[in-house]
Design a binder for this molecule. Structure first.
Ligand code: BTN
Length: 305
């Protein structure tokens, strides 16, 4: 009722139409305010101010049953893991307003202050674990397309799963697979987007989209656009289109790179291709083609000849 009204709605009218006492109305209004809704109270009644940033389940019509929102949690990856074990369905979405133990790739910390978008998405694809990377591809493409459609900014992918704008990181993707043998039982995608959050002063390699666009960005609008695109792209993961789009948006290809593996042999050479399983193919200076499986990739300005 408050959302549909263009002028304040009196407590008396709310009480009559909802068939609850005015004291209960007042209590419910206080609960909504605590949840983050801006409601102005005057002698004429209650007035709900526009807020397109809230991430509560009922703000995602049709998917309310899949959405779990935490004002703050340690890591949405942990919460999603718990939901996975409980047997929650494909599409279960855990969102946090802030994280106290946000995790990044390679055991790094993901700085997760208020204003950023942090979520984990539970998937149950019926493909072997070796196809898991294609879902990271679909998520990367969805992030790039969302940034393009909302802000007209062309972001690029740095292999394997960093989203950059002008070489500064605006988003990162983490994925965890569990299953046995040839079957994935769950794939959890964890995505962090620097939207309006303040980044640590010593983190020069990252930027927030609000810094780049000069305006505050609605987390809900960004997430809704992302989900729309991701849900479409995930249907096509294994037919080759996802990987080719990923490669088109990937700025690592054709560059001279150095990959510092998590534990293993350092590789250096021209990045020439990416396999469906996510390996970066590197042509080393002596002509050997080798696979870089994971690790930190540092591209240089030198272009592929
Ligand atoms: C990276 O290192 O680039 C990946 C960062 C992934 C961060 C997201 S934020 C939501 C989810 N919860 C976490 O603890 N990490 C992921």
């Amino acid at each position: 009722m408050l959302r549909e009204a263009s002028s304040p709605v009196s407590g008396e009218r709310l009480s009559r139409e909802l068939r609850i006492s005015r004291v209960s109305i007042w209590k419910q209004i206080q609960t909504l305010i605590k949840l983050g809704y801006e409601i102005r109270t005057s002698t004429r009644g209650y007035n709900l101010l526009d807020n397109d940033d809230l991430l509560l389940p009922w703000e995602f019509p049709g998917a309310e049953h899949l959405v779990h929102y935490h004002t703050s949690t340690d890591s949405t990856m942990k919460r999603a893991g718990e939901h996975s074990v409980k047997g929650c369905p494909e599409g279960t979405l855990i969102i946090a307003g802030a994280q106290t133990e946000g995790r990044g790739r390679l055991n790094r910390i993901w700085d997760s202050g208020e204003g950023g978008l942090y979520f984990s998405l539970l998937l149950r694809p019926t493909v072997p674990p070796s196809y898991g990377f294609l879902y990271v591809c679909a998520a990367s493409i969805a992030l790039i397309e969302t940034t393009a459609s909302l802000f007209n900014i062309a972001a690029r992918i740095k292999w394997p799963n960093d989203i950059l704008i002008e070489d500064k990181k605006i988003a990162g993707i983490l994925y965890e697979i569990s299953g046995c043998g040839h079957r994935i039982s769950s794939l959890i995608l964890g995505i962090g987007v620097n939207l309006n959050n303040r980044l640590p002063d010593n983190l020069d390699a990252a930027r927030s989209l609000s810094m780049l666009t000069g305006r505050r960005i609605s987390r809900r609008i960004f997430l809704t656009h992302f989900l729309l695109r991701f849900n479409r792209l995930k249907q096509d993961t294994i037919n080759g289109t996802t990987l080719s789009l990923y490669k088109r948006y990937c700025s690592t290809l054709s560059r001279y790179v150095m990959v510092i593996p998590f534990n293993g042999e350092l590789k250096r050479g021209h990045a020439i291709d990416i396999t469906p399983h996510g390996d970066l193919l590197i042509k080393e200076d002596d002509g050997t083609i080798s696979h870089a499986f994971f690790g930190e990739c540092i591209p240089s300005q030198r272009k592929h000849r």
